[in-house]
Design a protein around this ligand. Structure first.
Ligand SMILES: O=C(O)c1ccccc1NCC(=O)[C@H](O)[C@H](O)COP(=O)(O)O
Length: 273
């Protein structure tokens, strides 16, 4: 265990230990990926907010588990205007599976992110996806090799960072899509200021996501004002009617706040139908 792992929350250490024991696929995958930057640009051109809606049955910080058919949830998210989907494939702590991802990717036509804790190259071969998450904090010196290995298979790597040092690691590794995670994997606390402090240092040609902790339309607008090209939202979409919740966030434009006085009140309300 390195010094950075020493400070991880026990839940995250357990996630990482499980990931290290997990096998990869038997055969190398070759993906023909749906372009995430193109999907983001199309959503922007349509005057909506690019939302990556997450199919997240449960998590270490969520009470209970959502057991509805993940394919139906995914279809509802797309109907609500999701630009892309994030699908948890981690089975032990998030209730995900590679089968869920396969079924969802067949059922929708938007880009699909595989959300998991990939720690070795063979794990990239577990299932096809359009994007794959690589977490800088867990990979450190292996990050550049995994970014390259992901691209060789056709994936678009999304490199997740939490501070400026990790951002430098990501950029040095050649990341073109970066997510700033507002959730601190040490304390499991969420602070939107994390994104605000890192975003100004991200080059313009990088597609930048704000991840975690977006609970309200006001939070969504705050992350957009700080420079987020897209918002990755799990809990606040999974809590209730996923189609309506996705619509709220996809329509969280500045224009709607300026033109509709009622919206200001709604922005203060957490989405917990
Ligand atoms: O969500 C958790 O409880 C969690 C705990 C430990 C490590 C990772 C965790 N989440 C992974 C994620 O990246 C989030 O699911 C994703 O960013 C969406 O976050 P949110 O909108 O806050 O559900």
């Amino acid at each position: 265990m390195n010094a950075s792992e020493d400070s991880l929350a026990p839940e995250v250490r357990s996630i990482l230990d499980a990931a290290r024991g997990r096998h990869g696929g038997d055969e190398r995958v070759a993906v023909s990926a749906r372009s995430f930057p193109d999907a983001v640009a199309e959503t922007e051109a349509a005057g909506r907010v690019p939302v990556v809606a997450e199919v997240k049955p449960t998590s270490p910080t969520t009470d209970g588990e959502r057991t509805d058919d993940p394919v139906e949830l995914a279809r509802q998210m797309v109907a609500g205007g999701a630009t892309a989907l994030s699908v948890l494939t981690e089975p032990d702590h998030f209730g995900g599976s590679t089968e869920n991802l396969e079924r969802i990717r067949e059922a929708v036509d938007v880009p699909v992110l595989r959300k998991d804790f990939v720690v070795k190259e063979s794990q990239l071969d577990a299932v096809e996806a359009d994007l794959v998450l690589l977490i800088a904090r867990f990979l450190e010196e292996d990050l550049a090799d995994l970014v390259a290995a992901a691209r060789e298979r056709g994936f678009q790597p999304l490199v997740e960072v939490h501070d400026r040092a990790e951002l430098e690691l990501a950029l040095d590794a050649g990341a073109e899509i970066v997510g700033v995670n507002n959730r601190d994997l040490g304390a499991l606390e969420v602070d939107l200021e994390t994104f605000e402090s890192v975003a100004p240092h991200v080059p313009d040609d990088v597609t930048l996501l704000a991840e975690s902790g977006v609970k309200t339309v006001a939070d969504a607008k705050r992350m957009r004002a700080a420079g987020a090209d897209a918002l990755l939202i799990g809990t606040a979409i999974m809590d209730g009617d996923v189609r309506t919740n996705t619509e709220w966030f996809a329509n969280a434009t500045d224009a709607d706040a300026d033109s509709n006085a009622e919206t200001d009140a709604e922005t203060e309300t957490e989405i917990t139908e």
